[in-house]
Write a protein that binds this ligand. Sequence first.
Ligand code: NAP
Length: 317
Amino acid sequence: MPDTHLIASILAIEFLSLTGQQSLTNLTYIPHCPSFRGPGHTRFIMEINSLFDVKGKVVLVTGGARGIGRMIATGFVANGAKVYIASRNAQACEAAAAELTAQGPGTCHAIPADLLSLSECERLVAELRRREPALHVLVNNSGATWGAAIEEFPDEQWTRILTLNLTRTFTLTQKLLPLLEAAGNRSGTTKDKNEDGGPAAVINIGSINGLSAPAVENYSYSASKAGLHHLGRHLSQTLGPRGITVNTLACGPFDTRMMAHAFRNFRDVIEEGNPLGRHGRPGDVAGACIFLASRAGSYVNGATINIDGGVHLGAKL
Ligand SMILES: NC(=O)c1ccc[n+]([C@@H]2O[C@H](COP(=O)([O-])OP(=O)(O)OC[C@H]3O[C@@H](n4cnc5c(N)ncnc54)[C@H](OP(=O)(O)O)[C@@H]3O)[C@@H](O)[C@H]2O)c1
């Protein structure tokens, strides 16, 4: 029995190449093929507001009260999402949630948690499951760093940094699978291949320090981020078929508390040494997350995307 949907798709593509058309907007309706619902529908799904829509999505951003996590949470709230933020400082979480909700049109909610601890991760997940039937987007952003000369690098700063930056990304993804799967299946992914909805998205915040050797001695940090990038590739293969994409943003320098010392002492070097002459801005990282979380990014899986102005590619000689 021939697959009529497949044949219709192939005919449509051949039609486009024969007529030199760039889009399907002028095509007539092809019956029974879920991707082709007529010119109006095709135009609608290509419009920015539909293609990049994250309105109503439920999002968890770890470390969302400040720094890069705050930038990401702000972007989602500004586009109508319901965002949860989680980190150790309860007061900072509550204050950020109130400020972002006041900005709207989405909302922001605090569930403070120390993600170094397995039981705290479990408590966060249980609380989220109590409040929501599905999670559309998980942004694993919480992170820490440590720097010391190789002779003095403390053993405990390997355990702490690798646990928070790498292991807990796995822990949260693992424990949130039922909620992520519920979101992916709900909005139609692998089983329903029409153009509406999309997979759930796991977005890990990596670093260019995990791509090339850093100038500073942050051994456990760079190793944790390199591991995180590869964990994302591995998980993309396991979770793609379950309706969840997994991608990593390898961030370059952003002016946050983590980078306060570097920006205080080397701002000129950081900015002038970048091909784009600047550090990262909130829209850079929020925009990438919204892309990955929306239908526009729903075919991106297992990618490591540099959000760094291209600085990690530059030769030092
Ligand atoms: N800034 C950069 O240039 C840059 C570059 C590449 C990658 N990154 C990555 O971006 C992410 C965010 O860093 P940032 O630059 O925004 O620095 P930051 O301002 O220091 O933010 C770190 C975040 O992690 C949270 N956090 C730390 N320990 C935690 C714990 N035990 N449990 C839960 N949350 C914890 C912090 O909140 P609490 O203190 O309240 O727990 C804070 O929200 C990190 O993964 C970092 O590696 C940053």
